[in-house]
Write a protein that binds this ligand. Structure first.
Ligand code: NAD
Length: 285
């Protein structure tokens, strides 16, 4: 039934880092709920988690607020035990919560900052995936895991993004390994690789003149053939697709949702020095 392809009615989803902070997890939790899913919205920010859970409930879906640090194995176990108690199953996991405490050039990076980034943004993804997969295997009905990665997992950003990019590169490989390992049991594992998204956190970063300026803004846009930064809502469609039966044969995919960023060669551009067919013919390369 074509009209049911994207329907998530009756599915139970866990979206990590889904607190009401105007971030991607927040938008995805509400997006999945709009497509019919019941949603658990764990976050280290307990108040934010409660607000998102209320918003999910207002859409007519069952919801669960829960304070959880995804880098702590015991807290992750408690989260999934609570999901068992409240919903009785898990069909979908969106690994989204991340931490990136400080930017530093690699030769000046502290081991603590590196560990913190990897523990939340890579090991945390594994911990949640492990709990979800155990349940999906026991349920025997497959499942879908979507790991929110980044363009930083597939190309270098510089500017002190080193530990973040290490984590996201690991997320990409975690995605492929889990996809291969569990394809036979109907558990699909995919990743979304966003370019820069205008979340509330990103907007706060843009407003800080110590770390951001118009030249950097222009540089980010120059790297995106669509010539703009992205909106959190633009990720709902790709995430719902990957979670739904519409993607029944899609697993192990690293899906850029990036306005064309990863398609662009460093020497390429989405602007022409002169209109095609005009000028000297030497500038439009
Ligand atoms: N915003 C961007 O430009 C951008 C670009 C590419 C990829 N991404 C990815 O999108 C995802 C979401 O990013 P965002 O910009 O929405 O972030 P955000 O900071 O707006 O939201 C992250 C959420 O995770 C929660 N969180 C932080 N540490 C946690 C922990 N240890 N346990 C549980 N929850 C925790 C925070 O409280 C927050 O609610 C991340 O995986 C990020 O790497 C974002």
């Amino acid at each position: 039934m074509a009209e049911k392809l994207f329907d998530l009615t009756g599915k139970v989803a866990v979206v990590t880092g889904a607190g009401a902070n105007g971030g991607l997890g927040h938008a995805l939790a509400l997006g999945l709920a709009r497509f019919g899913a019941d949603v658990a919205v764990p976050d280290i920010d307990e108040a934010g988690s409660r607000i998102t859970a209320q918003e999910v409930a207002a859409l007519g879906r069952k919801s669960l607020a829960f304070r959880c640090d995804v880098s702590d194995p015991e807290e992750v176990e408690r989260l999934f035990a609570e999901v068992d108690r409240v919903f009785g199953k898990v069909d979908i996991l969106i690994n989204n919560a991340f931490a990136f405490p400080s930017r530093a050039r690699p030769h000046e990076l502290s081991l603590d900052a590196l560990h913190k980034t990897l523990e939340v943004s890579l090991v945390g993804y594994f911990l949640c995936a492990q709990q979800a997969i155990r349940r999906m295997l026991a349920q025997g009905a497959g499942g879908s895991i979507v790991n929110i990665s980044s363009i930083a997992g597939a190309s270098g950003l510089g500017r002190g993004n080193f530990p973040y990019s290490m984590a996201k590169g690991g997320v990409n490989q975690l995605t492929k390994e889990l996809a291969v390992e569990y394809a036979g049991q109907g558990i699909r594992v995919n990743a979304i690789l966003p370019a820069q998204i205008l979340t509330q956190g990103f907007k706060r970063w843009m407003a800080d003149p110590k770390t951001f300026n118009p030249a950097l803004h222009q540089r980010l846009k120059d790297g995106i053939p669509q010539n703009r930064l992205l909106e959190p809502e633009e990720f709902v469609g790709p995430a719902v697709f990957l979670c739904s039966d519409a993607a029944s044969a899609v697993t192990g995919v690293l899906l850029p949702v990036d306005g064309g960023n990863l398609a662009l060669n460093a020497g390429g551009s989405h602007t022409w020095l002169a209109a095609p067919g005009e000028g000297t013919g030497t500038g439009n390369k």
